[in-house]
Design a protein around this ligand. Structure first.
Ligand SMILES: N[C@@H](CCC(=O)N[C@@H](CS)C(=O)NCC(=O)O)C(=O)O
Length: 218
């Protein structure tokens, strides 16, 4: 059995997949794709993901892209340590929480969007940061409301007392929040739950700054 992950140290989408692989105890090898130099637009990576984005997963020759699809695939193909609840309503809630970050927020802050803001719309670093913070804050507020909703299934983690795909996504959201210096004070429950995540080896070992290629800490 071989599981190959194509990722990048800084990529939040790759982070999500790395965490799920570790939570599920799946051994894997990661190849780092150098995004700043544009390696993802090269011929070799084009045959892996013609969308020119990481992550991509190769499981025994099957290529899967998009972190959401990869996470769902891993949960189906490797049934130990399920990351989705047993009940349909619970699964819908976990997926909905995850999509706030994966579908609605993270895409607004990826490299190609920031490049477009800089080159086509002439937004400087400060304006780009303002952009990222705005969207991150909006999602933090929404997530906080979901997590605190009366009668919700929020427990020690986003859904119940063990990590699910929602926590994987929330942790990646929080790393983005910290990276761009967005507001953490508006989401105390989100902070509490993600701190609990970061205390687990699967989440902490996967952190961008701990990956090969990351700049050494000052
Ligand atoms: N929705 C995709 C996002 C993939 C994505 O945009 N990945 C970023 C890194 S987090 C990337 O490869 N960026 C390269 C670029 O924007 O040029 C997913 O969740 O997998």
């Amino acid at each position: 059995m071989s599981v190959l992950l194509y990722g990048n140290w800084r990529s939040l989408a790759t982070y999500r997949v790395r965490v799920a692989l570790k939570l599920k105890n799946i051994s894997f090898q990661e190849t780092m794709i150098d995004l700043p130099s544009g390696e993802h637009f090269g011929e070799a990576f084009n045959s892996i993901n013609p969308q020119h984005a990481v992550p991509a997963l190769n499981h025994n020759g099957a290529l899967i892209t998009q972190s959401s699809a990869i996470l769902e695939y891993l949960d189906e193909a490797f049934t130990e340590t399920p990351l989705l609840p047993k009940d349909a309503v619970g699964r819908a809630r976990v997926r909905a929480l995850a999509q706030v970050s994966i579908a609605d927020t993270h895409p607004l802050t990826v490299l190609r969007v920031r490049k477009y803001l800089a080159t086509e719309l002439s937004l400087d670093d400060a304006a780009q940061t303002k952009w990222a913070r705005h969207w991150l804050d909006l999602s933090s507020v929404a997530l906080e409301a979901h997590l605190n909703a009366k009668g919700s299934a929020t427990g020690l983690f986003a859904h119940g007392d063990t990590p699910t795909l929602a926590d994987v996504a929330l942790a990646s959201h929080m790393i983005g929040v910290r990276f761009f210096g967005a507001n953490t004070a508006i989401a105390p429950k989100l902070c509490e739950i993600t701190e609990r995540c970061f205390a687990l080896p699967a989440f902490s070992e996967s952190e961008p700054t701990k990956q090969p290629g990351a700049p050494a800490a000052a």
